[in-house]
Design a protein around this ligand. Structure first.
Ligand SMILES: *Cc1c(COP(=O)(O)O)cnc(C)c1O
Length: 339
C-alpha cells in the first residue's frame, strides 16, 4: 500500500479505491453499485456534456480527535441536491439513497481518511449527470449519480489566515432569475473568467454584486459572504446566492454564542461599517477577508489592519471545526458517526 504524505496534500485529485454509482432509467433510480474504475463510459452526445445538465455537492468526512469518522450535515447536502435537480429538470435522488451512498463510499475508502493531526479531511463529491444521447435541447431520460472521494489538505497551510478579495461590476456569476441558487456545473463555467482575473490581480477571489441592480452584495467567488458588525452576524439575502450549509451553520452558532443574526439584502456601502468579513463554505469553513478592493472605483474596504483574522471570525471558525473534529459537543445533531 502506497503511503500518503498527509501533511503535504493539496486540493488536486488523489486516486482512491472505489466510487459508488446509481443509474436512473425507465423513470426510476436503481440500486447502488460499487466501481473501481475512475472513468465513465459516456456517450459523446450525453446532455451533461453539451447543455450542462449536471448538479453536484461537496461535503467532508473527518477523522476526529477520538479516532472516529464524522460526516458533517449530509442530510442538508441530500436536500440541496434535490433542489438543484428540480431546478434543472433532473429526477430527484431520494434522501436515503444519497445518505446510503455517502456512507458506503466513505467506508470503502476508509484508508484515505487523513489522520486527525494532519488537519486534512476526506472530500466527498456527489454528482448527477444527464447521460441520454441528445442534440435537441431537452432534459435527458437517463441519469447517473456518482460519488467519489479524495483526500484534501488543510485549507490554511500556515494556520488560519486572512486574504484580500476583488470587487468588480464587470462580471456576474448568475442571472437575477437564473440558476445561482442551485449547485450546478453551469454556474462554475460562467464564473471561471472572473476567478482567473481575480487571481491574476493577486486576490483570492472575485466579490460579486447582485446581477440586477449592482447595488447589493452577492457571492464571494464560490462561497457565501458574511460580515461582523459589533455583535451582529450579517449575511446577504439574494435569489442568486447558493444557500451555503456552512453559512447556515455559522448563523446557528453565532446565535448560540449570543450574537444577533441578520440575513437580508446588504448594500455595498454597508461594507464600510463592518468590523470583520469572511467568505464561507465547506472548503475553508471561513476564509477571512483582509480587504475588498473595488477595482472599478479604486476604493478599498478594509477589515483587518494587521492582516490577521478578527476575533469573531476566529471564534466561529474554531467552534465549527471543533464540532467537525469531535473536539466540541455536537449540540445541534450535525454529525453522523460512521460505524
Ligand atoms: C458550494 C457552494 C457554496 C458553499 O456551500 P457549502 O454548503 O457551505 O459548502 C457557496 N457558494 C457556491 C456558489 C457554492 O457552489
Amino acid at each position: 500500500m502506497e503511503t500518503i504524505d498527509w501533511k503535504n496534500i493539496g486540493f488536486g485529485y488523489i486516486p482512491t479505491d472505489h466510487n459508488v454509482r446509481c443509474t436512473f432509467t425507465n423513470g426510476a433510480w436503481g440500486e447502488l453499485r460499487t466501481h473501481d474504475d475512475a472513468y465513465l463510459n459516456l456517450h459523446m452526445a450525453a446532455s451533461c456534456l453539451h447543455y450542462a445538465q449536471e448538479a453536484f455537492e461537496g461535503l467532508k468526512a473527518f477523522r476526529g480527535v477520538d479516532g472516529k469518522i464524522r460526516i458533517f450535515r449530509m442530510e442538508e447536502n441530500a436536500k440541496r441536491l434535490q433542489d438543484s435537480c428540480k431546478g434543472i429538470m433532473m429526477p430527484e435522488l431520494p434522501i436515503d439513497k444519497f445518505k446510503e451512498a455517502i456512507l458506503k463510499v466513505v467506508k470503502l475508502n476508509e484508508r484515505f481518511i487523513p489522520p486527525y493531526e494532519s488537519g486534512a479531511s476526506l472530500y466527498i463529491r456527489p454528482m448527477i449527470i444527464g447521460t441520454t444521447a441528445l442534440v435537441g435541447v431537452k432534459p435527458a431520460n437517463e441519469y447517473e449519480f456518482i460519488v467519489f472521494v479524495t483526500p484534501v489538505g488543510p485549507y490554511f497551510k500556515g494556520g488560519f489566515q486572512a486574504t484580500p478579495f476583488m470587487l468588480s461590476r464587470k462580471y456576474d456569476r448568475a442571472a437575477p432569475l437564473g440558476t445561482g441558487m442551485y449547485k450546478i456545473g453551469g454556474n462554475y463555467a460562467s464564473g471561471m473568467a472572473a476567478g482567473v482575473h481575480a487571481h491574476e490581480m493577486g486576490y483570492s477571489a472575485i466579490f460579486y454584486l447582485d446581477p440586477k441592480e449592482k447595488k447589493y452584495i452577492d457571492e464571494c467567488g464560490a462561497a457565501n459572504f458574511f460580515g461582523i458588525k459589533g455583535n451582529t452576524y450579517l449575511t446577504p439575502k439574494s435569489s442568486s446566492i447558493l444557500p451555503s450549509i456552512t453559512n447556515r451553520s455559522l448563523m446557528t452558532l453565532a446565535k448560540d454564542l449570543g450574537m444577533t443574526v441578520e440575513h437580508r439584502p446588504i448594500a455595498v456601502e454597508e461594507l464600510e461599517t463592518l468590523d470583520e468579513a469572511g467568505a464561507c463554505g465547506t472548503a475553508a469553513v471561513i476564509s477571512p477577508i483582509t480587504k475588498i478592493d473595488d477595482i472599478d472605483y479604486g476604493h478599498s474596504y478594509v477589515f483587518s489592519h494587521d492582516g490577521k483574522p478578527g476575533p469573531k471570525c476566529t471564534e466561529l471558525y474554531n467552534h465549527l471545526r471543533g464540532i467537525q473534529y469531535g473536539e466540541k459537543a455536537d449540540k445541534f445533531g450535525w454529525i453522523t458517526i460512521v460505524e
